[in-house]
Ligand binder design. Sequence first.
Ligand code: 13P
Length: 250
Amino acid sequence: MTREKLLAANWKLNLPAEGIGAYCSAMRGRPNAGFDLVLAPPAPFLELLVRESKEAGEGFAVGAQNSSQHDSGAFTGEVSARMIAGLGARYAIVGHSERRTIFGENDEAVGLKLAKASDAGLVPIFCVGESQETRDAGNTLDWLHRQVTTAMAVAARSFPRLVVAYEPIWAIGTGRNAKNPEIREAHQAIAGLVAPLVPADCRLSILYGGSVKADNAAEIASLEEVDGFLVGGASLVSSSFLAIWGAMRG
Ligand code: 13P
């Protein structure tokens, strides 16, 4: 298993106020930092972002925020992993806590989505993380164990490249990022859980997500357990997202 840096933007159901064209222009011309920068827009904008990415000389990659556990059929509103890959996207966020808590995705559904994303050649950004209640009860590591092992067992795939994002629910959109010891403990646990489930030459990234901003990114990125970030709110303005990229680049 080798570890690889990665930085990903999850725009959720938002678009950058400056406009997609201006945002993507700002992403151009960065020096090569040796790691991928991924933008995950709402699905109707995937194709546009793939086009922008080509114009930017592949200066960033494109990811979907969700992809179906089904390939085709009577599943109104779904978008398959193959369709997403066919547009030229390379990543898919799977199992985000908002999908789990608002749209009722369970570990089995997340596992099936991991499988379909992998079969379509997409790199999954597999999200896990506990609620405040689970943390307060001292059950964080058990929770992560269940989330990782259940979904990976259902997926039953051999992942040559896998991204796991640790996103504690209580830290998402609250301005209250997890503290360094909490992040280190969770990332160490995730690395230990994933290791026996992936091939020896798997390229793994473990990202932190939850109120990452330009002013806390450098400190968190300096933790050896952290390979990068999955950023929500602060990814909606190109300058703040690029400041996080700069903090990771060191
Ligand atoms: P915020 O960065 O807005 O806290 O969101 C994190 C997140 O959910 C990214 O997927």
